[in-house]
Design a protein around this ligand. Structure first.
Ligand code: SAH
Length: 254
C-alpha cells in the first residue's frame, strides 16, 4: 500500500524531459498510480515506464477539460490513485487552477508536486547562471502574447527596458516579432540570445547568436515549438567573481 491520499488528484511536475529530472516524490507517485493523465505534446513518454503495468495512461492532447475532469473524478471515486502529469513545473503556464476549480465543484481536492521547470533545464544545458554578479541579478520569465493575451503592462518592450536576463516561453514561433519588440524596448542588437530546443532531451538543440541574427538561425533550423528564448548579457563574456567565495567574506552565507 502506498501512503498517498486517494481522495485527491496529484498534479505532478514531470521536469523538462530527461526522465531522471522528475522528483523522487513524482517518481513514487508514477510508480503507484492507477491512472495517469499526461500532457502528451511535451512529456517524455519514457517517464511512463515508471508506471506499473496495470496503470492506465491517457494522453490529454486528445481530451478537452471536461473529459480530463470526468476521468479524474471517476478514478478518485473508484478509490484509484490519479496522477496528472504536466511538463516542467506546474506553477508556470500549467493551467492547474482551472483543473483544480473544476475538481472542487465535484468535491475533489488536489495536491501539487513541484517539478524542474524547463528554464532551469535550459540553464543547465548551457551551463550558465541567470544571475551574474554586476551583469544581471534578476530574471524575467514571460511569454509573448499569443492566443492567451498578456496584460498591457507586461509587454516585451517594457520588460526589455531593464536589459536583465529573460527566459521567454511559448514564443519561438514568433521569433521575428520577439526580437523586434526586445530591440524596440531597449536591448542593444548585440545582446546575446540562446534558443534551447527540448532542453534535457536526447535530441536537445542549442542555437547561439545575438538579437541581430537569431531569428534567421531559428528559421534555418526549423524550430517552431518546445523551445525557450533566453536573452541577456548573462550569456555573454562579461563576468565578475562573486563575493560569496571571496576570502574576505564570512562563511555563514555559503
Ligand atoms: N510548465 C512548463 C511550461 C509549460 S508551457 C515548465 O515549467 O517548463 C510550454 C512551453 O515551455 C513551451 O512552449 C516551451 O517554451 C517551454 N518548454 C517546455 N519544455 C521545454 C524543454 N524541454 N525545452 C525547452 N523549452 C521547453
Amino acid at each position: 500500500m502506498d501512503n498517498f491520499d486517494h481522495s485527491k488528484v496529484y498534479f505532478v511536475g514531470a521536469g523538462p524531459g530527461d526522465p531522471e529530472l522528475i522528483t523522487l516524490k513524482g517518481y513514487n507517485l508514477l510508480k503507484q498510480a492507477d491512472i495517469v493523465i499526461y500532457a502528451g505534446s511535451l512529456i517524455n513518454p519514457e517517464l511512463l515506464n515508471y508506471c506499473k503495468s496495470t496503470a492506465q495512461c491517457h494522453d490529454s492532447a486528445y481530451m478537452h477539460l471536461e473529459q480530463i475532469i470526468t476521468m479524474m473524478a471517476e478514478g478518485v471515486n473508484a478509490g484509484k490513485l490519479v496522477v496528472r502529469l504536466q511538463t516542467g513545473d506546474l506553477s508556470l503556464y500549467g493551467s492547474i487552477r482551472e483543473q483544480g476549480e473544476e475538481l472542487e465543484k465535484l468535491g475533489i481536492g488536489f495536491r501539487s508536486v513541484a517539478g524542474v521547470s524547463s528554464f532551469l533545464g535550459a540553464a543547465s544545458e548551457l551551463g550558465v547562471e541567470y544571475t551574474v554578479p554586476e551583469v544581471s541579478q534578476s530574471l524575467i520569465i514571460t511569454r509573448m502574447a499569443g492566443r492567451t493575451p498578456t496584460p498591457e503592462l507586461e509587454s516585451l518592450e517594457s520588460f526589455a527596458q531593464h536589459q536583465t536576463s529573460m527566459a521567454i516561453f511559448l514564443s519561438v514561433k514568433g521569433i521575428g516579432e520577439v526580437v523586434d519588440k526586445l530591440m524596440t524596448g531597449g536591448y542593444p542588437s548585440d545582446t546575446p540570445v540562446s534558443i534551447v530546443y527540448k532542453a534535457t532531451w536526447k535530441d536537445c538543440q542549442i542555437l547561439k547568436g545575438t538579437l541581430a541574427d537569431i531569428a534567421q538561425k531559428v528559421t534555418e533550423a526549423g524550430i517552431y515549438k518546445t523551445a525557450l528564448i533566453l536573452v541577456g548579457r548573462f550569456l555573454g563574456e562579461e563576468y565578475h567573481y562573486s563575493k560569496l567565495y571571496d576570502a574576505e567574506f564570512c562563511h555563514e552565507y555559503r
